[in-house]
Unconditional design. Structure first.
Ligand SMILES: Nc1ncnc2c1ncn2[C@@H]1O[C@H](COP(=O)(O)OP(=O)(O)OP(=O)(O)O)[C@@H](O)[C@H]1O
Length: 492
């Protein structure tokens, strides 16, 4: 074999070895980068919040990827359980039974959350307006109800963090956090959505306003620093203006004369039910005393007239005076509305049933007018599956919502379309519970976390092409150097 052929063979061998080594190195580099940065098999953490409302209690289970504790936009509701029966404040006669009512939903939570996560899963209970009213009436009874629920929650396998009556301000502010968190507005630092929440015993309005809210009415101002952005929030909770208490206020207005029957424009023609005066006047929201008559009950008769109903409803608000630059009602400060708004809970239940979640204010009024005038028997026939209490009250509730939003909060025909009626956002219920948990678990950082300049896929691709480029550069260097050495050998 000649010297030249031997040289060529050696060169080919070297090229093959370098190619194999180079490709192996690139594959190894990229594989390492992929494995190192790829999220491991997704593991989840959990949190439980009980919303002990005036009308009922609901248990919400949230989950988020275990490695993303400090990130936003990742916590979502995986399950909710409606506790059988009325809210915990209704157990004031037998406070000890309030806790027992929660047991079946808590068992459900135990079966849904993996056993290995039970001990570390935070569990909170927040009670709202029903318990605020009970505490106003009788602090000792409200304490006993809370002790009863505490006992049951403490005996659960989860990490119990406390049961308390949250303030109206918290209810409003955390509802706002939930809505904006779920729609990803906090993370993006973009414009926010106001929150309108209608419960059974209270209603909340919250929206971003100018900083001077605190100067004019400190009790309506809440400040948040979330993701590096400061938010100045106006929020107010109207106790007694949830839809159940508002109905009592309206009935008290209409039964002041103590007559044996009341012709109510907010109920359908043909509707007739005997009600006890006690059921209306026992609420601490109803300031006026029971009329001085010997009878215990009155017949509640429907007249089905939405325009007249609007007048009845208007009378439960006090618009007489305002010591601030502007007010909503009952002498409560309210800065100019800044939309858009998400309206949830009973705002949604009622407007959705009445098919009023879209369209103008005027068309909503017209539709409601037609709906209220329909006979009660016809309504019942058409909706055999709807709970009769809800069905009977939709005409009142719709009229109340229109009046609260326009007469109360000052929405106009022009700003009406700023309101979106929502139940869930990305699979999670709109309400205060998620915002409450995010706050207590510090899951929304005050400052925006540092994010890598490239997404994972971009990073791996870049690494691959740089490796490829380096390899070809090496190959070219080698290609130019080797024949030169070879020819030198031949000359000798
Ligand atoms: N499908 C429905 N149709 C009509 N009304 C409904 C429906 N579901 C619930 N409601 C009523 O809507 C109101 C609001 O319900 P929600 O559960 O939000 O209030 P809550 O938490 O009990 O009250 P609060 O927050 O004032 O303590 C209650 O009066 C409830 O009875």
């Amino acid at each position: 074999m000649s010297c030249q052929t031997k040289g060529k063979n050696a060169w080919y061998k070297a090229v093959i070895i370098i190619t194999v080594l180079g490709i192996t190195a690139i594959v190894a580099l990229v594989t390492t980068a992929v494995l190192q940065n790829k999220p491991l098999l997704q593991k989840y953490k959990y949190g439980i919040v009980l919303d002990a409302g005036s009308s009922h209690t609901a248990v919400y289970i949230y989950e988020w990827p275990a490695e993303k504790d400090n990130d936003t936009g990742r916590v979502q509701q995986t399950h909710s359980c409606k506790v059988q029966g009325a809210g915990i404040s209704s157990y004031s006669v037998f406070p000890g039974q309030a806790g027992a009512s929660l047991k079946s939903c808590m068992k459900e939570a135990e079966s849904l959350i993996p056993l290995s996560r039970h001990l570390e899963t935070p569990l909170y209970l927040g009670a709202t307006a029903g318990m605020r009213l009970l505490r106003m009436e009788n602090q000792s009874l409200s304490d006993q109800v809370l002790w009863s629920v505490e006992e049951v929650l403490q005996s659960s396998p989860f990490s119990y963090q406390g049961a308390r009556i949250i303030t109206g301000q918290e209810e409003g502010a955390f509802g706002w956090v939930t809505v904006n968190y779920l729609s990803d507005r906090l993370k993006q630092g973009s414009g926010t959505t106001g929150a309108l929440d209608l419960g059974g015993a209270s209603t909340q309005i919250s929206f971003v306003a100018n900083q001077d809210v605190a100067e004019e009415s400190a009790e309506n101002a809440v400040t948040f620093r979330l993701y590096g952005n400061d938010y100045f929030l106006y929020t107010h909770s109207f106790l007694c203006y949830g839809k159940d208490q508002a109905l009592k206020l309206a009935l008290a207005q209409q039964t002041q004369s103590g007559d044996s029957s009341v012709l109510d424009p907010c109920f359908h023609p043909g509707y007739s039910v005997d009600r006890s005066y006690f059921s209306v006047y026992s609420s601490p929201c109803v300031m006026a005393g029971k009329p001085l008559v010997s009878r215990d009950s009155f017949t509640h008769v429907g007249a089905g007239n939405a325009s007249l109903c609007q007048e009845v409803v208007r009378r439960i608000f006090n618009f007489s005076s305002c010591s601030f630059s502007r007010c909503s009602f009952n002498r409560v400060y309210q800065p100019p509305l800044q939309g858009p708004f998400g309206a949830f809970s009973a705002f949604y239940f009622v407007m959705n049933f009445l098919n009023l979640t879209s369209g103008s204010l005027e068309s909503s009024r017209e539709k409601l007018e037609r709906y209220c005038s329909r006979p009660w028997t016809q309504i019942k026939q058409q909706h055999p599956d709807v709970k009769e209490k809800y069905l009977a009250e939709y005409c009142f509730s719709g009229s109340y919502i229109l009046s609260l939003l326009t007469d109360g909060y000052n929405f106009t025909s022009d700003t009406w379309t700023d309101i979106t009626f929502i139940k869930k956002i990305s699979g999670s219920d709109a309400g205060w519970t998620l915002g409450y948990m995010l706050n207590l678990t510090n899951m929304i950082p005050a400052e925006a976390p540092d994010t890598p300049p490239l997404p994972h896929a971009g990073y791996v691709t870049l690494l691959f092409f740089i490796s490829l480029l380096l390899f070809f550069l090496l190959f070219l260097c080698f290609r130019f150097l080797w024949p030169h050495r070879n020819s030198q050998t031949q000359m000798i």
